[in-house]
Design a protein around this ligand. Structure first.
Ligand SMILES: Nc1ncnc2c1ncn2[C@@H]1O[C@H](COP(=O)(O)OP(=O)(O)OP(=O)(O)O)[C@@H](O)[C@H]1O
Ligand SMILES: [Mg+2]
Length: 221
């Protein structure tokens, strides 16, 4: 199994009046090369489950395994190393740096690699071309439209050629044409044999799924 979980549970604000059990006893199995979709209503725990699987937040209870290694027990430093080397994450709210240019945002994950600025820029440009961003390279992110920012966020997640790609509603705030370009890109990732885990409401992505996890109030049904 590429990723597996055992009784994964995430409780926010535990022991307070605002306590939320966002994920309850989730046991999931995702094979290498799977195209796994996570669906469910707003507030059902999609972002939380993705963040747990991508080691961005720690579970309250339960375990996460990558290829049989229990990564949920690793130190923060080891988890960060895994995230840098193997994972790409496309955030629902993009999490871009608005004062930096589009290409600098895309190249950011390569800052800690031994690469010259020219190499970093040319690698960023090649992925940005695929996403139709070639004439926005030097624009400040703050000056880009929502759909363009979404594509910059996707380019940044893919620039390191990660083994596993996580995407949180990647087509939610773009027009139909951009959505279709994004879906084509995900189809290409699937063809390349990458493991892709996406939360979505988009029916055209749902058609591509190999595995489909539906969440209802934090429970995988
Ligand atoms: N940091 C947090 N602190 C407290 N509660 C949180 C936190 N993050 C999420 N929650 C709560 O956990 C539940 C699940 O949230 P989550 O963001 O995972 O849902 P979602 O399925 O991604 O929703 P959406 O479709 O609106 O993005 C919600 O009830 C939310 O209010
Ligand atoms: Mg969400």
């Amino acid at each position: 199994m590429k990723i597996a979980t055992q009784k994964l549970t995430k409780v926010y604000c535990r022991g307070t009046p605002n306590e939320v059990k966002a994920i309850k006893d989730a046991t999931v199995k995702i094979k290498e090369g799977d195209f796994c979709l996570i669906t469910g209503p707003s507030g059902s725990g999609k972002t939380t489950l993705l963040s747990l699987l991508a080691l961005l937040t720690r579970p309250t209870r339960g375990k996460i395994f990558y290829e049989d290694a229990e990564v949920s027990s690793y130190s923060d430093a080891w988890q960060t190393k895994i995230r840098k080397e193997k994972l790409g994450f496309i955030f629902q709210q993009y999490n871009l740096l608005p004062q930096f240019s589009a290409w600098e945002n895309v190249a950011l994950p390569n800052l800690c690699r031994q690469m010259s600025k020219t190499e970093r820029r040319s690698q960023a440009i090649s992925i940005m071309r695929k996403l139709g961003l070639e004439d926005r390279l030097d624009f400040k992110v703050a000056h880009l439209s929502g759909g363009e920012q979404q594509r910059v966020a996707i380019a940044r997640a893919l620039v390191t050629d990660p083994e596993i790609v996580f995407a949180d509603e990647p087509t939610a705030s773009v027009d139909e044409e951009t959505a279709s370009a994004i879906i084509d890109l995900f189809k290409a990732l699937k063809k390349e044999g990458k493991t892709v885990i996406v939360s979505t409401h988009d029916n055209s992505l749902i058609r591509e799924a190999i595995q489909h996890l539906n969440l209802q109030s934090g429970t995988v049904v």
